[in-house]
Design a binder for this molecule. Structure first.
Ligand code: ADP
Length: 449
């Protein structure tokens, strides 16, 4: 097992990782930018080292500095958290060159899943369902027209290097295709330095259903069921739950096996998430695999009783999985709210500033993962999530009631947050009846403000 882990991240996820390390008896090194001086993760770690100024490029994305700190502190592994360098292939290489274990998948697995066209091709050849499409890059607008005619409109033009919803355009019909093609390419070029796009059939009104997987270095892969993350705005998730209200036991088995198949197709190691879109008929299609621990992992932990970060660290150290698929049991219902410092009344605009006071909810089956406290400053440089409130109930109804109670109990003064919006959502009969798709906030968000 590792003796010391450097956590190359900030905020709640850095705190989350440090906590598990403490429970495993592993020493920790926190790193922080000048804007994060005094942050919670720096207080909890055994050592804390400043790595630069506020902007990500000058600190949490500075590979050279991170490696230097890891060497100076004699850390034998680096945990990347999510975001920042967690899916950066170059960083995985640099860690290996310096004989530091990167807690995550191999260069090969990460690069295959990082290129959407290659990922699709790879999982498809392993029997994982994918949306019908161009099967590779579409170089010209004439090719785009031909593919779109074959598969039928509406179609989605997507950047192979895409991420965060960027480089993606919908064409409802033929006369929108040229524009969608050009726009997707130019946005992809600007955002990722690679204009290549492919085309796939547009799925109408889908749910976002994703499966948590865990793989060791010995070829064993298991899944921990699904999460439903259909409540999103601008492709950013706002509420997640496990299990999904639209996934039956039979479907769970099928989608779980597909997720395991996707992981196996790249000889995956570590924790990962296989994302699917599910249409109204219960058909599901592979979207992408996220090769990191995800923000919403706690809802899975709540219903499976598994510390996923602990498992992630164990397998990175070369240990075998502790579970066969049959050993994994799920019980109850878990919901997570991402509490963001954003103003729902003002188009969810970020509201950085000082948290004057923060009262954390508690009680039976309530968990709060956060990196802030009363008096903490939310810097403008990073994402706006300040806390995750996670609850578990015996049933979905109980979980919803408990979440409402927990959010009512939470007070954050000094900055606007998404809590009032989320409270409205839990009161909405459509949410309560699970009658929604990924466009719910886009279409009905105004009614909830
Ligand atoms: P990114 O890596 O940018 O997040 P994804 O491929 O995961 O891109 O797609 C992001 C979101 O875009 C999906 O969750 C879904 O909402 C929408 N989307 C992507 N492809 C399709 C499709 N073929 N049909 C309908 N919606 C899609």
């Amino acid at each position: 097992m590792f003796k010391k882990i450097l956590v190359a991240n900030r905020g709640e996820i850095a705190v989350r990782v440090i906590r598990t390390c403490m429970e495993l008896g592993i020493k920790t090194v926190a790193v922080y930018s000048k804007a994060d001086k005094g942050a919670l993760h720096t207080q909890l770690a055994d050592e804390s080292i400043c790595i630069g100024s506020g902007p990500g490029q000058d600190s949490y994305l500075n590979m050279e500095r991170l490696i230097t700190v890891a060497k100076e502190t004699k850390a034998d592994a680096i945990h990347p958290g999510y975001g920042f360098l967690s899916e950066n292939v170059e960083f995985v290489r640099v860690c290996a060159d310096n004989e530091i274990t990167f807690i995550g998948p191999s260069v090969d697995a990460m690069s295959k899943m990082g290129a959407k066209d290659i990922a699709l091709e790879t999982v498809k050849s392993n029997g994982v369902p994918t949306v019908s499409g161009s099967n590779g890059i579409v170089p010209t607008k004439d090719d785009a027209e031909q593919v779109a005619k074959e598969i039928g409109f509406p179609v989605m033009v997507k950047a192979v290097a895409g991420g965060g919803g960027k480089g993606m355009r919908l064409a409802q019909e033929e006369n929108e295709l040229e524009r969608a093609f050009e726009q997707a390419r130019s946005e992809a070029e600007k955002s990722f330095g690679n204009p290549d796009v492919f085309i796939e059939k547009y799925i109408r009104n889908p749910r976002h259903v994703e499966v948590q997987v865990l793989a060791d270095q010995h070829g064993n892969v298991v899944h921990f069921g699904e999460r439903d993350c259909s409540i999103q705005r601008r492709h950013q998730k706002l509420v997640e739950e496990a299990p999904s209200p639209v996934v039956s036991k039979e479907l769970r088995k099928k989608i779980g096996e597909s997720a395991v198949g996707a992981a196996k197709s790249v000889h995956y190691e570590g924790v990962g998430t296989v994302e699917f879109l599910m249409d109204q008929d219960g058909e599901f299609y592979f979207m992408e695999m996220n090769t990191r621990i995800q923000v919403e992992h706690p809802v899975t932990e709540m219903i499976t009783n598994v510390d996923l970060v602990k498992q992630q660290i164990r397998v990175a150290a070369g240990e075998e999985l502790e579970y066969d698929q049959e050993d994994i049991e799920m019980s109850g219902w878990a919901i997570e709210c991402r509490v963001n410092a954003e103003d729902p009344v003002n188009a969810f605009r970020p509201t950085p500033g000082t948290i004057q006071s923060f009262m954390v909810p508690g009680g039976y089956h309530v968990r709060v993962d956060t990196g802030v406290f009363s008096g903490a400053v939310i810097p403008p440089y990073y994402d706006s999530m300040v806390a995750k409130v996670i609850v578990k109930g015996a049933s979905r109804e109980e979980a919803i009631m408990r979440m409402k109670r927990a959010l009512q109990e939470t007070t954050i003064e000094g900055v606007a947050t998404t809590i009032p919006f989320q409270l409205q959502l839990f009161d909405d009969p459509r949410f309560q009846n699970s009658d929604y798709d990924i466009h719910f906030i886009e279409e009905h968000g105004e009614e909830l403000i």
